[in-house]
Design a protein around this ligand. Sequence first.
Ligand code: 6PG
Length: 211
Amino acid sequence: MDERRVENVAASFAALIAERRPSSIALSGGSTAQQCYEFAATLEYGWSGTTFWFGDERFVPVEDPDSNEGMARTVWLDRVRARSVESMTGAGPTVETAAENYDARLRAAGGVDLMHLGLGPDGHTASLFPGSDTLDVDDRWVASAGDELHPHPRLTVTYPAIAASTLVVVTVAGAEKREALARVRAGDQSAPAARIVAEEVVWLVDAEAAG
Ligand code: 6PG
C-alpha cells in the first residue's frame, strides 16, 4: 500500500496532478475533496487538455448544496477552462438511466487517468457503502447506489471502473478517519476502501489520520 504521510493533503493532491498531468480526472465529494479542489484551482496549469468526470454523485440538481458537481464547479471547474465536464447527475432523467448512460460513456473513454477517492469513517469510498449490493457489481462501471443511511439516491463507480484507472489517489485527513484507515491497512474487506485496486493507488494521509 503506497501510503504517503503528508503535511497538507490538499497541497499534495494538487502537486500530484501537476506532476502526472492526467488528461482525465474523476472527482469525489466531501469536505476533504473540496479542500483538494480549492487548492487545485490555484495551480498555474492549463486545464484545457483535461476532461473531468465524477466518481460518485448524489442524484440532485447541480444547484443543490449536496451536489458533488455543484461543489466542484463552485470551487474549481467554473474557475478554469477545462476541455469538458462529464456530468453524472445530468447523464439521464432518472438515476437508473443516468447510471446506464454514464456507464457507457466511461467505458467508451476506457476509464480515467486519475481517479480521486475519499475515505468515509465507516470505510466507504465513492458511494460504495459497507454491505451494499453495489460492492458485488462486476459487469457495470457505474451503478445506482445509496441507502437509508445516506441522503439522496446516488450514482457511483464500481470496483471495475476504479480498476480501469491508471492512477487512483485516495485522500485521507483528520483523526476521524484513523480507524477506517487502520482497517484498510489491515486488509479488512468489510471496509469498501480496502478493496480499491488499480494500476497505481496512492494514499495521501495527514498525521491526524495516520495515527
Ligand atoms: C460522497 C463522497 C464520499 C467522500 C467521503 C469522505 O459523495 O460523499 O464521494 O465518498 O469522499 O465520505 O468525505 P469527507 O472528506 O467529507 O470525510
